[in-house]
Each structure stands twice: as structure tokens, then as C-alpha cells.
Design a protein around this ligand. Structure first.
Ligand code: UTP
Length: 290
């Protein structure tokens, strides 16, 4: 079945990057000149997604405004003959069919995804976390969608994380199938003890889920941190039917984390045609003083 729907949870409070997120959604933080969430929507569109539901909250109207038309700005750019910028601005509001729903209480990622129940209906769907930018040759979510086509099971995008960091992520029990593809038969969100660590493979920001996940989420009890964890619901599928894990090609930047934000600016800035030379020279000179 072709996957055409994506859900982008973007209602989190972003407490790790306060005070920036007091009034500004982290999903709107720019990476050089483009908001985080636009990278994510563009990744989904490049993977064949046509319908996107963004989960927001009361403080995040800026996200909806970004994907709306902006007649005043467009008129000014048109009048001043700035055609390239005009096209850039217009393209944003035509990227996909984007709709929004609000998560009234921030009860966790699983609770946010459950808001998509009627949007997804009976179809498998992609989930792209609103604060995770992934720069890759093939869109990361396409790598997962291709795998869904191959095995017909829910798919999680994974990378290995450092042992000292695994307690901040979900840990997966995996067995290699071929190349970068694994069978996943168990998972544990934020393992707190060595015994709970199943491997250093961890879910990073992308998955493709069967519609049954919503039925499971309806009875998923709050887990670690008192939040309804998507990992706890996915675990039910992993231990019964099994899921597939793909170690995706690409670099992931966590825009909900101070260091991730800095890495994204520097690495993407080094590839951006308008900033690469300037930034390279700047870093070389700066490095001499460190
Ligand atoms: P995170 O745990 O990284 O987001 O969730 P957070 O809650 O904003 O993080 P803190 O406050 O810094 O610890 C991963 C994704 O799930 C969304 C977030 O917006 C992010 O894209 N999310 C999380 C929701 O949509 N709703 C929630 O209740 C929690």
C-alpha cells in the first residue's frame, strides 16, 4: 500500500531549550535560513507524502502561519521584482495538504500521535518528529517507507547512540536481516539500568506505523516521566508481530537540544552556497584561537 499520509508531532514544550521556547516553537528555529519544520515537511513531500497532519498546541500558531499564504509579503516582493524570493515564499504554502490539530495537554508523544486517529483512518502512516532534522541523500522517511514495502511491518528509523546516552532514548532488541535492516522484537523507552538496555540501537525521529497503533495507544498507560510513550505502544507490535528497524543513511540534528542546534547551524551552514566559504574561513581562523 502506498504511504501518502504523515503525522508530525510538534506540540512538545521544548523545555531543554528554554528560554528560547518560552514563546517560540522549537520547530520554528531556523537552520541557517529555513525553519526546522519546513525541512521536515520537505523531506516528507520528497518521499511521496501528500497529506500531512501537524500536531500543535496553543502556543504554536506560528507553525500554521508559516505554511499559510502571505499576501502582503508576496505583494511587496512582487512589486520590488524579487521573483526568486517570491517563489520561495509561495512554494511553502503549496508544499502539501497540511492540516493541524491541537494537543490540549502535553501528555507525551504517544498521546500526540493518538490525535491523528481519524486522519490516518485505516492506512499506514509516516511519523516525523517535529524537532528532528535529517539531512540525507535519500529522504530518511523514504528509506523507511521502502522498507515497509519490503516487509509490510511497522518500521522504525534507528542509529547507534553512545552507551552513556542510551538512558535518554529508546533501546531496541534487534537482529540483522541484511545490510542496514534489522528485525526488532522488543524495545524499552529510556532504560534506567544496564539490565534494561536491549542494545545501543535507538529510535531516532522517524517511523512508519500501521493504523492499529492508534487502538493500542488508546489503552497505553502513562510510562516513564508520566507520559504516554509511543515506544510503549510500538513495543506491543514489536513483541507480537515484530517490527523492522532501518539504520538510515543521513545526519540527524536534534533541534530540541542546545548542542544539536549548534551542530545543525555549522554543518548545514558549511554546505549552504551563500554561507559555506565565509563560514569555513571563519571556523579556520577561530580554531587557531581555541
Ligand atoms: P520530545 O520529548 O523531544 O519533546 O518529543 P519535548 O517534550 O518538547 O522535549 P523537552 O520538553 O525538551 O524534554 C519528541 C517530539 O514529540 C513532540 C515534540 O514536539 C517533538 O517533536 N511531542 C512531545 C508532542 O507533540 N507532544 C508531547 O506531549 C510531547
Amino acid at each position: 500500500m502506498k504511504i501518502t499520509k504523515a503525522v508530525i508531532p510538534a506540540a512538545g514544550l521544548g523545555t531543554r531549550v528554554l528560554p528560547a521556547t518560552k514563546n517560540m516553537p522549537k520547530e520554528m528555529f531556523p537552520v541557517v535560513d529555513k525553519p526546522t519544520i519546513q525541512y521536515i515537511v520537505e523531506e516528507a513531500v520528497a518521499a511521496g507524502i501528500t497529506d500531512i497532519l501537524i500536531i500543535t498546541n496553543r502556543g504554536k500558531s506560528l507553525i500554521a502561519d508559516h505554511f499559510d499564504a502571505s499576501p502582503e509579503l508576496e505583494a511587496i516582493l512582487e512589486k520590488s521584482g524579487k521573483t526568486d524570493l517570491l517563489n520561495t515564499v509561495r512554494e511553502i504554502s503549496n508544499l502539501a495538504n497540511i492540516t493541524f490539530i491541537r494537543q490540549k495537554e502535553m501528555k507525551g508523544l504517544g498521546h500526540a500521535v493518538l490525535k491523528a486517529k481519524s486522519f490516518v483512518g485505516n492506512e499506514p502512516f509516516a511519523v516525523l518528529y517535529g524537532d528532528g532534522v535529517i539531512i540525507s541523500k535519500t529522504p530518511a522517511i523514504k528509506q523507511l517507507i521502502d522498507c515497509y514495502g519490503e516487509y509490510g511491518e511497522g518500521v522504525v528509523g534507528v542509529k547507534k547512540v553512545l552507551e552513556k546516552d542510551i538512558h535518554k532514548y529508546g533501546s531496541l532488541k534487534v537482529e540483522n536481516l541484511h545490510d542496514n535492516v534489522f528485525k526488532c522484537t522488543d524495545m524499552k523507552e529510556k532504560p534506567q539500568t544496564k539490565e534494561e538496555v536491549l542494545s545501543l540501537y535507538s529510535i531516532l525521529d522517524r517511523c512508519v506505523l500501521p493504523p492499529e497503533i492508534c487502538d493500542i495507544l488508546e489503552h497505553t498507560k502513562p510510562g516513564i516521566g508520566g507520559e504516554i510513550q509511543l515506544t510503549d505502544a510500538m513495543r506491543e507490535i514489536a513483541v507480537t508481530k515484530g517490527m523492522t528497524a532501518v539504520e538510515f543513511e543521513g545526519t540527524r540534528y536534534d533541534m530540541g537540544n542546545k548542542f544539536g542546534i549548534l551542530q545543525a547551524q555549522i554543518e548545514v551552514g558549511l554546505t549552504h552556497p551563500e554561507t559555506s566559504e565565509l563560514l569555513k574561513n571563519y571556523i579556520k581562523n577561530l580554531a587557531k584561537t581555541l
